[in-house]
Design a protein. Structure first.
Lengths: 111, 113
């Protein structure tokens, strides 16, 4: 089992739709969780951190489910500009030092 | 504030040749990472430095890859000799402290022919 797993997609959604991605992790001791966005041929950029209580930033909501060991990202009112690959990042070693990326989920928002 | 600087932006070499990449992190960031991203995959951590010490290099192919961060600031990643499967984007990232959010450079796209 991979340490951090994501559905590669692509998720094809119309503008205005709500879409959600999950990311599962294998190490129950993981402490830090993030969502990054990566546009084609660009470097990853931080979208948002994921806190235990869940957090929201505009149209984006991130949640953590420790019992089932997954994090989620919800995007409401999708825009064409949301088309990108979304990468989850989790600390995976017992010391909590190693930030490991999932394989990414590709989102394509269509007019 | 200046971001993470990387060079070169692109590099094309033949297999068995050597190549080196350079990274200058954001000023004051103690933690520096080198990731390898193969097309269609997520970034894979190669090595992580805390100041000038190695925190984790468990996924670095040490028979051909080496990295250093001598003064706790700039870092270089070297591949010697390169193989076809080393073709990828090499991303450098830094963070203020361990486990905090990463800031990435633009990456070096390596093509091994």
């Amino acid at each position: 089992r991979k340490e951090v797993e994501q559905d590669p997609g692509p998720f094809n959604v119309p503008e205005g739709a709500t879409v959600a991605f999950n990311c599962t992790y294998s190490n129950s001791a993981s402490q830090s969780f993030f969502w990054y966005r990566q546009d084609c041929r660009k470097e990853p950029k931080l979208l948002m951190s994921v806190y235990s209580s869940g957090n929201e930033d505009g149209r984006f909501t991130a949640q953590l489910n420790r019992a089932s060991q997954y994090i989620s990202l919800l995007i409401r009112d999708s825009k064409l500009s949301d088309s990108a690959t979304y990468l989850c990042v989790v600390t995976v070693n017992n010391a909590g030092n190693m930030l490991t990326f999932g394989g990414g989920t590709r989102l394509m928002v269509k007019p | 504030e200046a971001g993470v600087a990387q060079s070169p932006r692109y590099k094309i070499i033949e297999k068995r040749q050597s190549v080196a990449f350079w990274c200058n992190p954001i000023s004051g960031h103690a933690t520096l990472y080198w990731y390898q991203q193969i097309l269609g995959q997520g970034p894979k951590l190669l090595i992580q430095f805390q100041n000038n010490g190695v925190v984790d290099d468990s996924q670095l192919p040490k028979d051909r890859f080496s990295a250093e961060r001598l003064k706790g600031v700039d870092s270089t990643l070297k591949i010697q000799p390169a193989k076809l499967e080393d073709s990828a984007v090499y991303l450098c990232a830094s963070s203020l402290v361990v486990r905090e959010k990463l800031f990435f450079g633009s990456g070096t796209q390596l093509s091994v022919l």
